[in-house]
Design a protein around this ligand. Structure first.
Ligand code: XIL
Length: 300
């Protein structure tokens, strides 16, 4: 954003909300226990304000990208550290960040509570406490739970649905569920399964946002033109579901152009296979792809 003029111009021209890919994660903001590094996060929030954009904050409590000092806390220190972190970060940007991913990926792929320093110390109630801390630091931010693999009906989304119902019954101030949507041109979720799943969360009164969308073109035998056109239709069918669901108000893409995507990080090759995955709306030259046109069509 700060060093690539084309990237910056594309963000300014095409988007009305931004989210930090890494800059507000715990390891980025608090690499050591007693000091914060705010510079990059501040730059992002100021950029949004200068351009009349809102900011979706990502993320307060997550098992990954934690600084080592957090992973080595004793269990009786975890609650205090978590509350202090949430209070410091949310208070700093109070009134300037529209919504927060308060808890990210608390469920394992089976739907069981994921093992993390937070669940180990506090069990499921770490989620209650995290949302309470965020609410007390900013009374107006919209508070989200965010996860992957919860887009389609199935064991993980069922487990999340049950969890969210328990949270609401306990008076936890959760207001939305973020569906990451790291998907491929084929496979889960089908549009109908995503639609029915969003509907049940929306029926609880929650916002249902798409928070990290990208669509991998996959290793099909199709030529590139066909692969990009299949991807474009996939963008259309998923975004259309959101467009038709009144509680689905924002869509975030996990990057801008195919030249800067986490999908192609060497560390992700074991998960997604060898790239380039070409998952985003703009190509490596920042030219809009067929996916861009179909994403726009879906918003009509
Ligand atoms: C990813 C970033 O895109 C990478 O740059 C980083 O190396 C690892 O994290 N789910 C999330 C995001 O909630 O924070 C992750 O972002 C992608 C998966």
């Amino acid at each position: 954003l700060t060093s690539n003029a084309e990237y910056r111009a594309t963000v300014e021209a095409e988007f009305s909300q931004i989210t930090p890919e890494n800059e507000m994660k715990w390891e980025s903001l608090a690499p050591t226990r007693d000091s914060f590094k705010w510079t990059q996060a501040d730059v992002l929030v100021s950029f949004a304000e200068e351009n009349g954009m809102t900011v979706h904050g990502h993320t307060l409590v997550w098992h990954s990208q934690l600084p080592s000092w957090v992973t080595t806390l004793s269990t009786d220190e975890v609650e205090g550290a978590m509350n202090e972190h949430i209070d410091a970060v949310v208070s700093r940007y109070r009134g300037r960040i529209r919504s927060w991913d308060v808890v990210n990926e608390a469920l394992a792929d089976t739907g069981a509570l994921r093992v993390s320093p937070f669940s180990a110390a506090l069990g499921e109630e770490f989620i209650d406490k995290a949302f309470a801390a965020a609410r007390s630091a900013d009374p107006d931010a919209i508070l989200f739970y965010n996860d992957y693999g919860i887009e389609h009906l199935g064991p993980k989304s069922d487990a999340l649905f049950a969890l969210v119902k328990r949270l609401l019954e306990r008076g936890v101030p959760i207001q939305g569920v973020g569906f990451q949507m790291h998907i491929a041109s084929t496979g889960n979720p089908s549009a109908s399964s995503f639609r029915d799943n969003l509907a049940r969360f929306a029926a609880l009164g929650l916002h249902t946002s798409i928070t990290e969308m990208d669509v991998r073109i996959g290793k099909s035998t199709a030529d590139t033109k066909t692969a990009l056109s299949n991807q474009a239709e996939r963008y259309y069918e998923i975004i259309r579901v959101c467009r038709l669901q009144p509680k689905c108000g924002t869509i975030t893409f996990w990057g801008v152009d195919d030249g800067h995507s986490w999908l192609d990080l060497p560390s992700m090759e074991g998960v997604f296979g060898k790239g380039p995955h070409q998952g985003l709306l703009f190509d490596t030259h920042f030219d809009p792809k067929p996916a861009y046109d179909r994403a726009r069509d879906a918003l009509d």
